[in-house]
Design a protein around this ligand. Sequence first.
Ligand SMILES: Nc1ncnc2c1ncn2[C@@H]1O[C@H](COP(=O)(O)OP(=O)(O)O)[C@@H](O)[C@H]1O
Ligand SMILES: N[C@@H](CC(=O)OP(=O)(O)O)C(=O)O
Length: 575
Amino acid sequence: MAAAARVQCHNNTSFTGSPLPRRHRNSSTLHASPNRVNFTPLKWIGDGSSSCARTVSGRPLKGGGTTTVRAAFEEEKKTDAVNEVAEEKRRFTCVMKFGGSSVATAERMREVADLVLTFPEESPVIVLSAMGKTTNNLLLAGEKAVSCGVSNASEIEELSVIKELHLRTVKELEIDPSVVSSFLEELEQLLKGIAMMKELTLRTRDYLVSFGECLSTRIFAAYLNKIGVKARQYDAFEIGFITTDDFTNGDILEATYPAVAKRLYDDWMHDPAVPVVTGFLGKGWKTCAVTTLGRGGSDLTATTIGKALGLQEIQVWKDVDGVLTCDPTIYKRATPVPYLTFDEAAELAYFGAQVLHPQSMRPAREGGIPVRVKNSYNPKAPGTIITKTRDMTKTVLTSIVLKRNVTMLDIASTRMLGQVGFLAKVFSIFEDLEISVDVVATSEVSISLTLDPSKLWSRELIQQELDHVVEELEKIAVVNLAKGRAIISLIGNVQHSSLILERAFHVLWTKGINVQMISQGASKVNISLIVNDAEAEGCVEALHKSFFESGDLSELLIQPRLGNGSPVRAMQVEN
Ligand SMILES: Nc1ncnc2c1ncn2[C@@H]1O[C@H](COP(=O)(O)OP(=O)(O)O)[C@@H](O)[C@H]1O
Ligand SMILES: N[C@@H](CC(=O)OP(=O)(O)O)C(=O)O
């Protein structure tokens, strides 16, 4: 990231300003001008009437007469003003998002603040998630409130955990507890309200979980101010993050980009301060109520800001050394993947790698902004850099992703409808019921597909919805429903699909595993295999050993030959 310190201006020259107000900077620099944090000392200061005048940039002025000198000086001032506006617009260089694990305690908040200050040439926008497990605790507290009775709402264990964590944090960071106290009181009132109503709607659920990010960002901004770094807290739903009204899973609307850019730039021009923005939250465009972007949605907040401000880089700081070859909690010998394309990262996230939010690559890809995944516990690790393209010549497999608890449906046509009508009808049933389909394999008269469990909120609902789906499908087909399946997604270069499949099937055959369905995504980076859930972890481990721990697979790549016998050139996958 240090390399990114040099900021590229619109006019294609570069400057090395330090717009980040920081404790090391003297206050006269900071307040040199209300609109400028970065004050470039003039090499020559005067009224421009001297015949031996030099320009502010130190170049001798052409011509000697007073009028000429003054005119040239005025001209340079104008150019400066234009450049200054260009510079001001380029004030923010990157967005730095820190997840819950990165800001779990006071100690972690201190370390994150130090980390931000380690890059003195950067001028970041900070995005934070809720501290540690706060989102989970808020959700549990809400669920308990529904049935605990008003008089017991204050005693909900998770409420005490949340209060204790945030009050301890402000105490340890030596900041004013009023930063959080009114929020904690309001949270308790909200839980009493839920207890009184005996219901927790999705809208209330979103409002409830928003307390997590509202608290963490207020604490962090107060801490930065305390250590002399001027910072300003923002609730995303107040600064233009406009979403659909799909509570718990809001989709960012286009209007967000200009609105967020305007607000952050305007505030910066008026009174520069490091923005500290709540991740995960938005405002429904019709209801004007607080929405959330789906679990892990702070990544999406960060990439949205990156695109809105046209930043140089989007950084997402996690508790792992980047995107790994598989989930380290499934198999601990996973290793970092240094480079990924947006396509690979999106596919990986969509198929269940918790490390990135599934939608978060979209704004980065649209804005052409590189995303760097780093470890806040180990900042020296290079991490993963995600870009539009990368050299895929030697890439076979990049990562293995496991999605558990998947339901598979085999749907065979009763031939009441023609081939086209059959497929259309099947998918319209899923559309009507708003059920998301993950992996599909189809023949003329039968379809096998899997349903995404995370799109359905609770277990009861899953059963209810499944019954409904089967009922509808049985009007046109014979349906076989199989629960307890898992999707193993092999993310890599599908140009080498034969090699990938040969390896994968050999490994699974050796283990006596029966693959129940296979699908190759149109994205050209994903091959999905469906196996029994109970066998899935063992499969991932065996596949990992074979693909990543037994020599360089690229050496096995046989240069494909064209018809005239010449080798195919190195391939660059375009997304
Ligand atoms: N392929 C993968 N690479 C890295 N981490 C993964 C992968 N798959 C799953 N994970 C999990 O994602 C976690 C990091 O994501 P997340 O919990 O969202 O971090 P944060 O809360 O810090 O944003 C890791 O601790 C790891 O367990
Ligand atoms: N706090 C929210 C949003 C988020 O992005 O969290 P994290 O960055 O810790 O995954 C959640 O837990 O879903």
